[in-house]
Design a protein around this ligand. Structure first.
Ligand code: GDD
Ligand code: MG
Length: 373
């Protein structure tokens, strides 16, 4: 048996206005949760997926159930309190089998070939861990490594200060670990795999790097999330997937510019309404039960389920949280996030990365960066 652990706990601080109704792994990308994309990709490689969860754990358990739909077994290791990136691995020990297993950060989207990576690890013979490595311009936000010609990681530094990065190759948030790793992690304690284990394995010369250089993104910030949605619309949906759900009602004079994803396969019998002369796309994802009035313009944005947008409003480069209500002539742009259940009144303009926390009503325009609590 081969298994994989998805680290799906943690809060997602910079996307906080959207986490009151769902944990980050259930945020939609092309209208399916990021974690579902991971599970679907993993189902071609492993027999069992274990979710390491804490925040809003029940929602993830409810969404995936026992895994039947994906043809694999899905199990859950629920933490009473957050155990970091290492603690959950130990916590899941009895659900993972006694052979090398995959661990994936639950907020990373990539096309890493997990099967090839597992084989790479097994071929090393003495490897205790293999980390997928991705080149970035600024490694200081990530874990960075020094790699030798035999793919051995000589040094692993988590969040290196700018200027002190060992190289531009970063931990892409996908590992293969040998079961021996359980001996290095304390039980029931918050613990960082990046700080507590990887440097030790590197010292022992038993940590390897698997180079990867294609689509990759850590969904940490609003801009990353919007970009991840683009990637999914461009690369992850099969050409045969219908991008517009049959239950959507779209006026014949609305203009839909592909790629747009409206009410994808996970929506059953739910309605999206788009009124006349509204222009949607490109790169828009619209959840279930959303209604959009006439003469609106929406591009490059993610609209969560149950949102209502009245006429003549425009949204560009933004995320609109669940069940938010936007009035007429509202203009939202520049990486602004509207939290779940917010109300934005008529004629309001919001721009420059403004974050509106859940349940707020906004009656006046805000055009300088700030968080409205
Ligand atoms: N179960 C559980 N419990 N999961 C957690 C917890 C926890 O207490 N804390 C974080 N996670 C999950 C997050 O949901 C995420 O999927 C993953 O662990 C990594 O945590 P982040 O908080 O997103 O870390 P990061 O992005 O700053 O850095 C990590 O990812 C980078 C690549 O994206 C590190 O692994 C870096 O080394 C790496 O380069
Ligand atoms: Mg992250």
């Amino acid at each position: 048996m081969t298994s994989a652990l998805i680290l799906a706990g943690g809060f997602g601080t910079r996307l906080r206005p959207l986490t009151c109704t769902r944990p980050k792994p259930l945020f939609p990308l092309g209208n399916r949760p990021l974690s579902e994309i991971l599970v679907q990709r993993l189902s071609e490689v492993v027999d069992r997926v274990v979710f390491a969860i804490n925040y809003q754990a029940e929602k993830i358990m409810q969404y995936f159930g026992s895994g039947e739909k994906y043809g694999i077994e899905i199990k859950y290791a629920k933490e009473k309190r957050p155990l970091g990136t290492g603690g959950p691995i130990k916590h899941a020990q009895n659900l993972l089998d006694d052979s090398p297993f995959l661990v994936l950060n639950g907020d990373v989207i990539s096309l890493i070939d997990f099967k090839d990576m597992l084989n790479f690890h097994k071929q090393r013979g003495d490897a205790l861990g293999t980390i997928a490595l991705y080149p970035v311009e600024d490694p200081s936000r990530y874990g960075a490594v020094e790699l030798d010609d035999a793919y051995r990681i000589l040094r692993f530094v988590e969040k290196p200060p700018p200027g002190e990065e060992p190289s531009n190759l970063i931990n892409a948030g996908a590992y293969v670990l040998d079961p021996e790793v359980f001996d290095y992690i304390p039980e029931n304690e918050p613990f960082s795999i990046e700080r507590g284990v990887f440097p030790i394995f590197a010292d022992q010369m038993k940590l390897y790097g698997y180079k990867y250089n294609d689509v990759w993104l850590d969904m940490g910030k609003p801009a990353d999330y919007i970009q991840a949605n683009k990637y999914v619309l461009d690369h992850f949906l099969k050409k045969t997937d219908s991008s517009i759900n049959k239950g959507a009602f779209i006026s014949s004079s609305a203009k839909i510019e592909e790629p747009v994803h409206i009410n994808a396969s996970i929506a059953i019998g739910k309605n999206v309404e788009i009124a006349r002369e509204t222009h949607i796309g490109p790169y828009v994802c619209i959840g279930d039960d959303v209604s959009i009035g006439q003469g609106c313009r929406i591009e490059n944005s993610i609209i969560f389920p149950d949102v209502r947008i009245e006429s003549f409003s425009s949204i560009n480069n933004c995320i609109i949280g669940e069940a938010a209500t936007l009035g007429r002539w509202v203009k939202i742009e520049g990486l602004t996030i509207i939290g779940d259940y917010c109300t934005i009144k008529d004629n309001v303009t919001l721009t420059s990365g403004v974050m509106i926390c859940p349940w707020k009503t906004v009656s006046d325009s805000i055009i300088t960066p700030q968080t409205v609590m």
